[in-house]
Design a binder for this molecule. Structure first.
Ligand code: LLP
Length: 418
């Protein structure tokens, strides 16, 4: 089994396991097609923004920037990483439902191009920070459009009962717009919404675009203000299993753009700049994780556990969301997958599973097990649970691999211990 021309067994031998492997070819291909879709559907009036929470490190920031994407960050740490990677503040969009004063200061000091204000108290906080620094900051407002997307409840964000954003239905969002327009050190540039993640239908995105343009039109008619942009967030679903009912993201882009053009004509609104903020669909399918198989525990009439040298510390998604994954034995990839396995990690916890009752090739100790589509929300959600060091990440391109994140050592684990 190979990825970007690199044999996975050679990668496992050279760099050790567990190992995150990311295909630069695939990341660049997806970025390129998002950029091209903005040319096609909006004549370049807008751009894609990579949601770096999916997979954030300096090299990833450099790659997406070089492909013409902006970057979304959601914490001081992601912001710092992007700045250190050389991303200009102007190309950064700063999200988060409870940004701290030091985080806002870091953003204002570095002239972040778009601070996405989540709530009224943050708006006032940011006004004070900007006033102290004698700057006028460009912001957008995160709106909760009241759309219930069908995805796991932990990653749904656009419905009324959500900790994110200003509520549209109650009038809170409109009040925030009026307040933002009054503030001296704030320049309101646009609106933002994000309805959830791993969404496998077009309709919720189309509906969100419609609702958001309605608000833009209300702002224009009642306040006489035409906003510059509309950011429709991320959330396009990807393949985890071959059977996933997957919609190519170009189809989401097309469906949304048709609605946007229609609605702008109907509302006599100039077409705003359109932004989208994909994370998972940029990084997810580009990544795989390689493990070495350890013990195999076959419990008659119950199940067979196949232990690997990783687990919930480097991929907590099954433990958290019962996420689907495709697993296979990389050194037997051409053999039939007739063995039903529960892939278990090495953490001291029964729920530490990567997948249950999944079909793989007959495993033996020492085999290399690959888990596919781990490029998003794996490394970025990893921890040191049980004091396991986080694995290295290797970027592969045209048959060549290079380490982009060093694997942690035991020394790293005690670095901050006093
Ligand atoms: N923009 C905002 C404001 C977001 O909150 C998110 C994701 C995105 C963009 C990117 O969405 P994407 O295109 O990646 O779906 N840890 C969860 C996913 C949480 C997503 C949070 N927000 C998981 O592992 O499935």
């Amino acid at each position: 089994m190979a990825i970007s021309g690199c044999d996975t067994i050679d990668l496992a031998k050279k760099y050790g396991t567990p190992l995150y492997v990311m295909s630069e070819d695939e990341i660049r291909r997806v970025c390129g097609s998002y950029v091209a879709s903005f040319q096609k559907f909006y004549h370049g009036n807008g751009r894609p923004i990579y949601a770096s929470k999916a997979f954030c490190c300096k090299e990833m920031c450099r790659i997406v920037l070089s492909e013409g994407l902006d970057l979304e960050v959601v914490s001081g740490g992601e912001l710092f990483t992007a700045l250190q990677a050389g991303v200009p503040g102007q190309n950064i969009h700063f999200q988060g439902n409870n940004k701290t004063i030091p985080e806002l200061e870091l953003a204002v000091d570095n002239n972040v191009g778009d601070i996405v204000v989540d709530n009224l108290s943050e708006l006032e906080k940011l006004e004070r920070v900007a006033a102290c620094k004698g700057k006028v900051v460009h912001i957008s407002l995160r709106i909760k459009p009241g759309i219930d997307a069908h995805t796991h409840e932990f990653i749904r964000t656009g419905q009324i009962d959500s900790k994110f954003g200003l509520d549209l239905a109650s009038g809170e969002a409109f009040c925030a717009v009026k307040r933002a327009l009054e503030l001296e050190h704030i320049k309101l540039m646009g609106l933002h919404c994000h309805i959830g993640s791993q969404i496998m239908e077009k309709e919720p995105f189309v509906h969100a675009a419609e609702v958001m343009l309605g608000l833009m039109s209300q702002i224009k008619t009642e306040l006489g203000v035409t906003l510059d942009f509309l950011n429709l967030g991320g959330g396009f679903g990807i393949h985890y299993k071959e059977t996933d009912d997957f919609i190519p993201y170009i189809e989401y882009m097309e469906a949304v753009s048709i609605k946007i053009h229609e609605k702008c004509t109907e509302l006599q609104l100039d077409l705003p700049k359109i932004f989208i903020e994909p994370g998972r669909s940029v990084a997810g399918e580009a990544g795989i994780t390689l493990y070495t198989v350890g013990g195999i525990r076959e419990i008659p009439d119950v199940r067979s556990y196949v232990a690997i040298d990783g687990g919930m510390f480097e991929n907590p998604r099954y433990a958290l969301y019962q996420s689907d994954y495709t697993c296979l034995i990389a050194n037997k990839a051409n053999q039939p997958a007739g063995y039903t396995a529960t892939v278990a990690g090495k953490c001291c916890e029964s729920g530490d599973l990567i997948q249950e009752h999944t079909k793989i090739q007959t495993p033996e100790e020492g085999d290399i097990l690959a888990v596919l589509s781990t490029g998003a929300y794996n490394y970025s959600m990893a921890s040191n649970y049980n004091r396991n060091p986080r694995p290295a990440c290797v970027m592969v391109r045209n048959g060549e691999g290079r380490v982009i994140i060093r694997g942690e050592t035991y020394q790293d684990l005690i670095r901050n211990d006093l």
